[in-house]
Design a protein. Structure first.
Length: 300
């Protein structure tokens, strides 16, 4: 099975549709109730619900998904001289994956139940066009936000240690569709950190991600440097990062990370360890990109 342990739990939705093509006579009889329409469609709906709830048992590589909502609908019509019974399923779940497989299974089984019930009387039956419908929430995520990465480490700046966390952040941002417009390594020095962040704010970089200096060590100055610059705090971001990290290691509670805005730039401090940087960023992507719209007065 695909590893989804890195995914965050959130409300996810999906919808699917399909068609059962038939004769115009079958559609007419359905509309007139001759085929005991409510009973037949009710049976198909019940079968679709049961199938969706058991999709992970039918499909070996499918992760279990706790369905929190599932709706099945039907619509009959005659189009271009052919009868079409449209089937639609939409579902919601709170978890690490969406109910895409469940709604596709629901549509498929509903179509098969109807096919089995009508095949003796209608030789024109044909199942087709079973597909996922576009997710509106996913479609809204557009654009390519400009980001900058600031690696704050004495040893890395001195060339004694290779930067790993900055490269991990860069790769994750690229995967999320962001543009890494700037990348720099500086010692964990408050003045140098503040100067570089101020320069990127002046350049209207939308997001600045720092890595390093979030712990309790004597040279961990990044958080203090950034905190003094912030005009507004965004504590919910760091709460999400620590909660996500705490589910994977108890050491996550040691992070002093902060997040907030300077002008129209959002600054987020990430841990310096590879695992900490990766997990913290995964906890907030891609939702954090919505902050730019809010900072520019666009609301939620």
């Amino acid at each position: 099975m695909r590893d989804i342990s890195a995914e965050t739990e959130s409300l996810r939705s999906a919808a699917a549709s399909g068609e059962l093509r038939c004769s115009t006579s079958t559609i007419r009889q359905m509309k007139e109730g001759i085929l005991l329409k409510d009973n037949l469609l009710g049976m198909a709906r019940s079968a679709a619900l049961l199938a969706a709830k058991n999709a992970d048992r039918l499909i070996p590589d499918c992760h279990p998904a706790g369905l929190d909502a599932l709706e099945i609908g039907f619509e009959e019509e005659v189009k271009n001289g052919a009868g079409i019974l449209s089937i639609r399923a939409s579902g919601k779940s709170i978890g690490r994956r969406g109910p895409e497989t469940e709604v596709l299974t629901a549509v498929s089984i509903a179509a098969l139940v109807l096919y089995d019930a009508l095949r003796v009387m209608d030789g024109q039956l044909e199942i087709g066009r079973i597909r996922l419908l576009e997710n509106p929430a996913r479609a809204e995520q557009g654009g390519s936000p400009r980001c900058a990465i600031l690696v704050c480490s004495d040893s890395t700046a001195a060339g004694k240690r290779e930067d790993k966390s900055g490269k991990i952040i860069s790769a994750l941002l690229a995967d999320a569709g962001a543009e890494v417009a700037a990348y720099k390594i500086v010692p964990d020095d408050k003045m140098l950190i503040r100067q570089q962040i101020a320069a990127w704010v002046e350049q209207d970089i939308a997001f600045v991600f720092t890595t390093g200096g979030t712990g309790l060590g004597p040279r961990d100055h990044t958080v203090d440097a950034v905190k003094e610059m912030l005009e507004r705090d965004a504590d919910g971001i760091t709460e999400a990062m620590r909660h996500y990290g705490q589910q994977r290691t108890p050491m996550a509670m040691m992070s002093r990370a902060v997040a907030g805005s300077i002008g129209q730039t959002l600054v987020i401090t990430l841990p310096g360890s590879s695992a900490g940087a990766r997990e913290s960023l995964r906890a907030v992507l891609p939702a954090v990109f919505h902050a730019r719209k809010m900072l520019k007065g666009g609301g939620h």
